[in-house]
Ligand binder design. Structure first.
Ligand code: GLU
Length: 470
């Protein structure tokens, strides 16, 4: 059975690239009726952030990626948090010590620094040559030590990656990495192998930064007599041709985009296509459709550039598709924030805005007209396209007020234009400005009258009339 995992470090933040890694692992597992596992890689205690695991779990939930095994839900291969698996790693490290595939290293920070200052590019295997007795004595004396992987000094290693093809690495380019740190915690380099094996991971889907160190992991699989997983390395998401989309850009996090008013599935849909080609020319795809179409051979070897404008467009398709109720519910917090306590029909405002916003924070700009009326500049009546003037507004305001009282307001405005021998657009412009004091509104005068209610609409026009007559 296919088993994939998402193995984030709990940094308090889920990068959009991390979410995409999780997504591909999820899609691949689900496509193959397999299991998707969440594993928390928290062995670097200095990077520990409180509440970070909850952030990851809640992000996966919002994104619609249900994990089959992991923290909270459990499973047969737990615990799923690495800091709770310390003994397991030590046990396997011991095996590697016994077989000679690893060794204890007592080198001090100072010695390592001097070594590097003298031009060494990697650890010089100094402690590999200590006698068994010396090692035992130094451990017994309480000297701090780490356990390092013993990498062959010559030869090469080749493995197959499903995206990048055959990868060959020269052993002389690999360092004897630390497997167990002096505090007894494993490094990523060790824990990922032990866990992927013990958790039965069949396909290892992760960032391309691990592509060249994978031969080291393969040596560990071989030393322990374990089968290697299938490797699928992914190119990063870029901000532009040279730079990765990074946390420093301020908005590379899944939560950042949710806060900006993107819908979770629109983000998921967009990032799914950022690095994977479904080969069906489809852009808007539900999770079920993504699962159905997913295949490894659609994964791109080149990196992809994040295009927020495109994600906005995709989001707008999802916004339009929401039920009126759902949109209204989603919009309410934004009304609260951007245009609270207006005496208007907010439900109707939602109706007007649903087709006019791409992301929910667009509500701010689209609802700005609600604050435009007080003291607006009468020159707003001047419109080059419609050739309207303040004088024309002054002349038409009484008629516009009468039209607003009519049962069929639109018909009344139309016949007003006819009667005066002017364009309907001219009448509509003057009418709308008199109602709102804003050049851009979601909908025309008729919508605005409905939004404010007729009494308020007439009150506003009377205020404008008085200003025009001053
Ligand atoms: N904890 C690693 C990271 O966050 C996971 C890499 C992997 O998927 O193996 O980069």
């Amino acid at each position: 059975m296919v088993r994939t995992r998402f193995a984030p470090s709990p940094t308090g933040y889920l990068h959009i690239g991390g979410l995409r890694t999780a997504l591909y692992a999820y899609l691949f597992a689900k496509k193959n009726n397999g299991k998707f596992i969440l594993r928390i890689e928290d062995t670097d205690r200095t990077r520990e952030v409180k509440g970070a695991v909850d952030i990851i779990i809640s992000a996966l939930e919002k994104a619609g990626m249900h994990y089959d095994e992991g923290p909270i839900v459990g499973g047969d291969c737990g615990p799923y948090v690495q800091s709770e698996r310390k003994q397991i790693y030590l046990e396997y490290a011991q095996k590697l010590l016994e077989s000679g595939d690893a060794y204890c290293c007592f080198c001090t920070k100072e010695r390592l620094e001097t070594m590097h200052e003298n031009g060494a590019t990697k650890y010089d295997k100094h402690c590999l040559h200590l006698s068994k007795a010396e090692v035992q004595a130094r451990i017994a004396a309480g000297e701090p030590y780490v356990i390092r992987q013993n990498i062959p000094e010559t030869g090469t290693s080749t493995y197959h990656d499903e995206v990048f093809g055959d990868i060959t690495v020269d052993f002389k380019d690999l360092e004897d990495n630390i497997l167990i740190k002096s505090d007894g915690m494993p490094t990523y380099n060790f824990a990922n192998v032990i866990d992927d094996h013990l958790m039965g991971i069949t396909h290892c889907i992760r960032g391309v930064e691990y592509l060249m160190s994978t031969p080291k992991y393969n040596l560990l699989y071989d030393a322990l007599g374990w089968e290697r997983p299938v490797y699928i390395h992914l190119q990063p998401i870029m901000r532009d041709a040279q730079h990765k989309l990074s946390k420093r850009d301020g908005d590379a996090g899944f939560e950042d985009f949710l806060n900006k008013g993107f819908l979770p599935h629109a983000i998921v849909n967009y990032i799914a296509l950022l690095g994977w080609n479904p080969k069906n020319d489809r852009e808007k795809m539900s999770m079920a459709e993504l699962i159905e179409s997913f295949s490894i051979d659609g994964l791109q070897k080149s990196s992809s550039i994040f295009d927020e404008t495109k994600m906005r467009w995709l989001n707008s398709l999802y916004v339009k598709e929401m039920s009126a109720d759902d949109f209204h519910k989603a919009a309410l917090p934004y009304y609260e924030k951007y245009c609270p306590d207006k005496n208007i029909d907010y439900r109707y405002l939602s109706e007007l805005l649903q087709t006019r916003v791409e992301i929910l924070t667009d509500i701010k700009e689209r609802a700005a007209f609600l604050d435009a009326f007080d003291d607006f500049d009468l020159d707003l009546f001047v419109n080059k396209k419609w050739k309207t003037t303040v004088d024309m507004a002054r002349e038409l305001i009484d008629d516009c007020i009468e039209c607003t009282k009519a049962d069929d307001m639109n018909a009344a405005l139309e016949s007003l234009a006819e009667k005066r021998g002017i364009k309907k657009g001219q009448v509509l412009w003057i009418h709308r400005i008199a109602l709102t004091g804003a050049a851009a509104t979601p909908g025309g005068g008729a919508e605005m009258v409905k939004l404010f209610g007729r009494d308020e609409a007439l009150r506003r026009m009377t205020v404008v009339k008085a200003r025009l007559e001053k």
